[in-house]
Structures are given as structure tokens and as C-alpha cells.
Design a binder for this molecule. Structure first.
Ligand SMILES: Nc1nc2c(ncn2[C@@H]2O[C@H](COP(=O)(O)OP(=O)(O)OP(=O)(O)O)[C@@H](O)[C@H]2O)c(=O)[nH]1
Ligand SMILES: [Mg+2]
Length: 502
């Protein structure tokens, strides 16, 4: 449990008492991140001395930049659990709801949101009509901007639970105190489930909500649009499309009217120039998250742009004979073309949320992971380093480098990428193939500790991106497998390879 507190002395004792009761069956810890000037830190200190499950950090004045947002981020980084749950300390989030959140996780959700806005939920606890209106409006804006936010009815909720490994590698921005929104936008494949929340009235003390937070929220939205590759895809696509239209019409007018080129030549030049413009910008903005798929993407994008261009040309030619000005012919043609292009290319890289996966066999899972990470061989190893599953099937033996690597992963619990050091001998050639391996510790809910090992023998070695791709795939599908696998061990900020990496 992560609980930010500011002057909540009137609420903390009751909160703890209710937490202990409702989590009686569960092993838990509560991390309070406290910015209070009242009695709260004394209360927390006394409680932490008596109950080992309670931890707290008190930030003194001058060390509270970002307030609530940095408090939650700090709390998340201190939490140890496999699952983390964030809630307010003012009793607006009833602890009695937590078992229900846990049930939803057990049923396969990656993120469980206690929603005020779904059927069965209520926001009566929000003080005042204006607050309720603002909250509703802010939620609508988030859901309109980000397809990912539409996976929850309450993407701005402050009460949610998620798997801790989902937070791996996420850089929360201090402006973003809507941590859940950030999580949803950045974990586009996570399975999100809402559970109704009866949002309560504040226990004791005062609200710290203010107009300044409204401005922070706008900045947060902007940073999510700007910094998260592939977020707000439709909006980026529309803005790029509009800028391309301006270029297209400018060139059409210049060529066809000012320079008096034949209409079709002016159209061709304008079309190619705007296509190149749109493509460059779309690759950088709209489809920035699909860079790894660049070439297939390029082919499909060009194919859909040319199909759309064909439609556009037909409309343009059809209108040429009429008395409409050239630019109007161009605009009407371009509108048809843009609609066709949007319909075709937004399908290309949809950020799809998974539905709960059906059961997957271990071998298909390995085949899938091999494909996304570019591995030639993949195996799941048990504690004795015996292979439980191997893809492709066949004779499989570990060499000493692989054994060492596995031992190291056992010792550290951290996934590793390893590449055989280049030969120090003078005849080493650049054309030499590299042997590289990745080992990921696995959490198996049904059985002893397992590891996933991936092998590659190729001109290029595994990279951190390959490791992340493997982890992502494992997270997506692993829990549906016969052994119910999920990756443990967070990917460290910088990967430290065992042996010298090239
Ligand atoms: N550590 C820390 N916690 C804060 C800060 N501001 C608010 N909190 C805590 O964050 C939680 C939510 O704050 P509230 O003031 O209740 O905000 P709110 O729930 O959006 O507003 P109300 O509906 O009016 O209660 C509470 O547990 C607060 O104690 C802060 O600057 N630092
Ligand atoms: Mg509150």
C-alpha cells in the first residue's frame, strides 16, 4: 500500500485500523509518504515502531517539491510487494474495497481501478458541485485524448492496484500527479479492470485540491502527448494530416495557378511533396513507437497512402472539368484521400489492449518470445538448469557460459544480456558471428523457480530493446501458460552484462 499524507492526523489511526481489518488474510506493508506539518509524522513514527508492516518517510519543508505527485512516485519506488496499491490517506478510499481489487487481479487483470464513474460506483464524496464538474470534465478530456485512458471509466482515480513489474522503466514526471493516467498511457497492453468505488466524504481535515492543480493537469496531459511515443495517435495523425494539406494546397496553387503548369503536373508535385512531409512527420510523431517495425510499416504506410492518393486523384480529375477553382478541386480530392488514408493507416499500428488471454502452451509462448526478440533458440529451465520446454524442439544442452549466466541471474534476480567477448586475437574479423544470450528470472505460481533463456548466433547481438520486447511478451502471455509464468526482477536502469559486451 502506498499512501501519501499531508496533515491527516485525524484520519491515519482509523485508516490503519481499517486496513489491518480488511487485509487480515493478506501479507502487506503500508508505505506512507508524509509531507505533514501536524501530528501525522509522530503518529506514524509511533505506529511504525510497533508494527513492522508500517513504514513511513517524512519529508521536511523544502524537500516537498511536487507534493502529492512526487510523494506517490517515491512511495512506489520504496514498495516491496509484487502488487502495489495507491490510496488516499483521508478515508475517501475505503480500505474495505481492497480485497475486491485483489480478486480482480487474481482473475487476470494487470491494473485494477476503483472507479467512481462506473455503474455501482459513486462520487458523492466529492465536495461541491463545481468539484464534481471539474472532475468529470478532466476525466472526459483524458479519455478523449488518449485511447489508452478509455480502458478505464475513471482514468484519473487515485485508488488503484497494479502489478509492480508494470512500473518497471516508467519515468513518472513530477508534474503528473495523476499517476494512474500515466500508467495507462504508458502500458498500452496492460489488461485493465474497473471495480466500483463508493467514493466517501473526507474523514477529517481539509482538502488540498486547488486551482493550481488544474494547470498542472494541463501540463501533464501535454507531456503525455509529447513524450510518450505513439500516445494520442489519432490526434497526432490529424495534426500532421492538416499540415500536409496546407503544403499540398500551397504547392497546387503555386504550380497550377502561379506557374501555370498543367493541372495534373501541379497535382503530382504537390501530392508527392505532401506525402513525403506527412510520412516523415508521422514516423516521428504518430507512429514513433513502431520504429522497430520501420520497414514493414513503411511498406504498408506507403501502400495505404498510394491507395488513398489514387482515390484523391480520381476525385481531382473528376472535378477538373467543372468550373470550380483548382484549389477547391484539390481540397475536395484531398479530403477524400485523407479520410481513406486515415481509415487505412490508423489500422496499421493500433495500440491494442489485450483481452484476457486464453491458455497458451509453453512452446507457443517461447516461439512468440523468440520471434519478437529475434532469438534463434529459447528454453525454459528449472532450478537444476534442466530444460522444461525448448523451441525449436530437439537436442538442447547448455554450455558453461550459459550455466554461469544462469547462476548469476539466480544470485541477482535481475535479467541479463550477455555477448561473447570479441576475440582478442589479431585475426578477428568484423564478419564474425556473435553469440549472445539473455536470461530472465521467472516467477512461476505453480512450481519451483524457473528461468527463460534465449540464444542468438548472429551478426548482431541482443540489445536492451530485445530484452524489453521479451519481457513485454512474457507479461502479456505468460500468465496464461500452463505454469503461469510472469517475469520477476525489474529490468535495471542500465543493463550490466556479465562478460564484456560488444
Ligand atoms: N505527501 C503528500 N500528500 C499529499 C499532499 N497533498 C495531498 N496529499 C494527500 O493526498 C491525498 C489526497 O489529497 P486530498 O487533499 O484529499 O485531495 P482530493 O482527495 O483530490 O480532494 P478532496 O476530494 O477535496 O479530498 C490525501 O491523503 C492527502 O493527505 C502533499 O503535498 N504531499
Ligand atoms: Mg481527498
Amino acid at each position: 500500500m502506498v499512501v501519501p499524507t499531508r496533515n491527516e492526523a485525524g484520519n491515519v489511526p482509523l485508516l490503519l485500523q481499517r486496513l489491518r481489518t480488511s487485509l487480515a488474510e493478506i501479507s502487506f506493508e503500508v508505505v506512507f509518504v508524509d509531507d505533514s506539518d501536524d501530528e501525522t509524522p509522530h503518529l506514524l513514527r509511533a505506529t511504525a515502531a510497533k508494527d513492522g508492516r508500517v513504514r513511513f518517510v517524512h519529508r521536511r519543508p523544502g524537500h516537498r517539491d511536487g507534493g502529492l505527485s512526487t510523494a506517490v512516485v517515491l512511495g512506489l519506488s520504496l514498495a516491496h510487494g509484487r502488487l502495489v496499491c495507491v490510496m488516499d490517506g483521508d478515508l475517501q478510499h475505503p480500505p474495505e474495497a481492497i480485497p475486491e481489487l485483489l480478486n480482480a487481479e487474481r482473475a487476470g487483470a494487470d491494473v485494477v481501478v476503483a472507479s467512481r464513474y462506473m455503474t455501482g460506483g459513486s462520487r458523492q464524496g466529492l465536495s461541491g458541485g463545481i468539484r464534481r464538474l471539474v472532475s468529470r470534465g478532466a476525466t472526459m478530456v483524458a479519455r478523449t485524448l488518449f485511447a489508452e485512458a478509455r480502458s478505464s471509466t475513471d482514468p484519473l482515480a487515485g485508488f488503484f492496484l497494479c502489478r509492480a513489474d508494470l512500473l518497471t522503466g516508467l519515468e513518472f514526471r513530477p508534474v503528473g500527479f495523476k499517476i494512474l493516467l500515466e500508467l495507462l498511457v504508458c502500458s498500452e497492453t496492460a489488461k485493465v479492470v474497473d471495480v466500483p468505488l463508493q467514493f466517501q466524504a473526507r474523514g477529517a481535515g481539509e482538502s488540498k485540491a486547488s486551482a493550481a492543480q488544474g494547470w498542472l493537469y494541463v501540463r501533464h496531459l501535454w507531456s503525455l502527448v509529447r513524450d510518450v511515443p505513439g500516445s494520442a495517435r489519432r490526434w497526432k495523425f490529424a495534426v500532421v494530416g492538416a499540415s500536409g494539406l496546407v503544403i499540398f494546397l500551397g504547392l497546387l496553387e503555386l504550380g497550377g495557378v502561379v506557374l501555370r503548369w498543367p493541372a495534373i503536373a501541379a497535382w503530382g508535385v504537390a501530392f508527392v511533396a505532401s506525402l513525403a512531409w506527412n510520412f516523415t512527420l508521422n514516423l516521428r510523431l504518430t507512429f514513433a513507437d513502431a520504429r522497430r517495425e520501420r520497414y514493414p510499416l513503411l511498406r504498408r504506410y506507403v501502400a495505404s497512402a498510394l491507395t488513398a492518393g489514387g482515390a484523391q486523384l480520381l476525385v481531382f480529375l473528376g472535378l477538373l472539368g467543372t468550373s470550380l477553382p483548382l484549389v477547391i478541386d484539390g481540397i475536395l480530392g484531398a479530403l477524400v484521400g485523407m479520410a481513406a488514408n486515415a481509415a487505412l493507416s490508423l489500422q496499421l499500428v493500433r495500440r491494442r489492449r489485450r483481452s484476457l488471454p486464453g491458455p497458451v502452451g509453453l512452446e507457443p509462448l517461447l516461439a512468440r518470445i523468440s520471434r519478437v526478440s529475434g532469438a534463434e533458440r529459447a528454453a525454459v529451465l528449472d532450478a537444476e538448469l534442466k530444460s522444461v520446454a525448448v523451441v525449436p524442439e530437439g537436442d538442447y544442452r547448455l554450455d558453461s557460459a550459459a550455466r554461469n549466466l544462469c547462476r548469476r541471474v539466480d544470485a541477482t534476480g535481475v535479467p541479463l544480456v550477455w555477448t561473447q567477448p570479441a576475440s582478442a586475437r589479431p585475426q578477428a574479423r568484423a564478419s564474425v558471428e556473435l553469440i549472445s544470450m539473455m536470461v530472465l528470472p521467472l516467477e512461476a505460481r505453480t512450481g519451483p523457480s524457473l528461468k527463460l533463456i534465449l540464444h542468438r548466433h548472429n551478426r548482431t547481438a541482443f540489445t536492451a530493446a530485445d530484452l524489453e520486447a521479451a519481457m513485454r511478451q512474457l507479461r502479456r502471455l505468460g500468465r496464461g501458460t500452463s505454469s503461469d509464468l510472469s517475469p520477476t526482477g525489474r529490468v535495471p536502469e542500465s543493463l550490466v552484462p556479465a562478460g564484456r559486451a560488444r
